[in-house]
Ligand binder design. Structure first.
Ligand SMILES: NC(=O)c1ccc[n+]([C@@H]2O[C@H](COP(=O)([O-])OP(=O)(O)OC[C@H]3O[C@@H](n4cnc5c(N)ncnc54)[C@H](OP(=O)(O)O)[C@@H]3O)[C@@H](O)[C@H]2O)c1
Length: 300
């Protein structure tokens, strides 16, 4: 039985679906405050649910009991309740989860992190601290470090808005990024459970082809047959936001936007050798199937 922490999130939900589809029993950690639609979806796929919170160690001890592996995708960056913060959830909460899993005799732990970023910021220092605790935990671990999720960074929530023909770009838009689909990350996470090559490994993940944000806009224009208005957030503005941020979350977002502006291309040859048969979704496929773009196809 696999415990999924973050099961009500975008990535965790997809991981639960894939696990149930392949007949692996899932225990999903949920909270009383979790989105009811997401909880209902977990119910509909037949996942067992356990109440718990990363801020409550006792609940984590109970959740880990009897699990052979833990997959943790949880983060307070997008989904926050009272008392949730980078410090209480992404650092202390995840550290407690690693400790609870090791104490309960869990054999394998898969952690979702992100690739190293030059600039220091609170979310990165939390992720690195948890990675280190996990590497020293005695459990077999896999640390997956995907780049930018297409479903998040190429969505209206972050200013990439095909139905309204608008694209906000962080920086000049010429540096390439290996955008990755959440579905692909979920497949890597599930495959890592029994892939010997993923044992005690840290693996950077990206999509099939790095594309600059301006190339992404051109591709989205082709798929939607609409011309986009492009607005740039200058790197200098992002640096100022990073320097003046008083809140750890704000500072982390500014640092991630700077990371985007500088680009992150990942050579996936090694990861694909280690995970043969893994499909990498192209951005064309993503745009053709995404609900963010599907609604609009007229040429204007
Ligand atoms: N977005 C990107 O481009 C990107 C890139 C690389 C890596 N990542 C990493 O990918 C992971 C998954 O992202 P996502 O998009 O799936 O996030 P998401 O949709 O915001 O989901 C976050 C999950 O964390 C849970 N959570 C938050 N606080 C919690 C707490 N105190 N106790 C228990 N659970 C808690 C949420 O549960 P509730 O429903 O109960 O709030 C939710 O299930 C994150 O770790 C993120 O850092 C993201």
């Amino acid at each position: 039985m696999i415990l999924v922490v973050g099961a009500t999130g975008l990535l965790g939900g997809e991981i639960c679906r894939l696990l149930m589809q392949r007949g692996t029993p899932v225990r999903a950690l949920v909270r009383g405050t979790s989105n009811p639609d997401r909880v209902a979806r977990l119910e509909s796929i037949g996942a067992e649910q356990v109440r718990g919170d990363l801020k409550n160690r006792t609940s984590l001890d109970a959740a880990c009991r009897g699990a052979s592996a833990v997959i943790s995708t949880a983060s307070s960056t997008l989904s926050r309740q009272e008392g949730d913060s980078i410090e209480s959830v992404d650092r202390q909460g995840q550290l407690s989860l690693v400790d609870a899993a090791a104490a309960a005799g869990v054999e394998r732990f898969i952690l979702i992190s992100f690739p190293p970023v030059e600039t220091e910021f609170p979310l990165q220092s939390a992720k690195r601290a948890v990675e280190e605790r996990l590497r020293n935990s005695g459990m077999t671990y896999t640390i997956l470090q995907p780049t930018f999720f297409a479903e998040v960074w190429l969505s209206p929530a972050l200013g990439f808005d095909p139905p309204n023909r608008k694209a906000q770009i962080y920086g000049g838009g010429q540096n390439k990024i290996s955008w990755i689909s959440i579905q692909d990350v979920a497949q890597f996470a599930v495959a890592a459970l029994d892939n010997p090559q993923a044992k005690n490994a840290v693996i950077e993940l990206g999509g099939p082809e790095p594309l600059s944000p301006l190339e992404v806009v051109r591709l989205a224009e082709q798929v939607t047959r609409k011309r986009f208005d492009v607005e740039h957030v200058p790197e200098e503005a992002l640096r100022a936001q990073y320097r003046s941020a008083t809140d750890p979350l704000q500072q982390s977002f500014a640092a991630l936007m700077l990371f985007y502006a500088r680009g992150k291309a990942i050579d996936m040859k090694g990861a694909l050798r280690a995970f043969p048969g893994q499909h990498l979704t192209s951005l064309r496929e993503y745009f053709e199937t995404s609900t963010h773009t599907r609604s609009s196809t007229s040429l204007t």
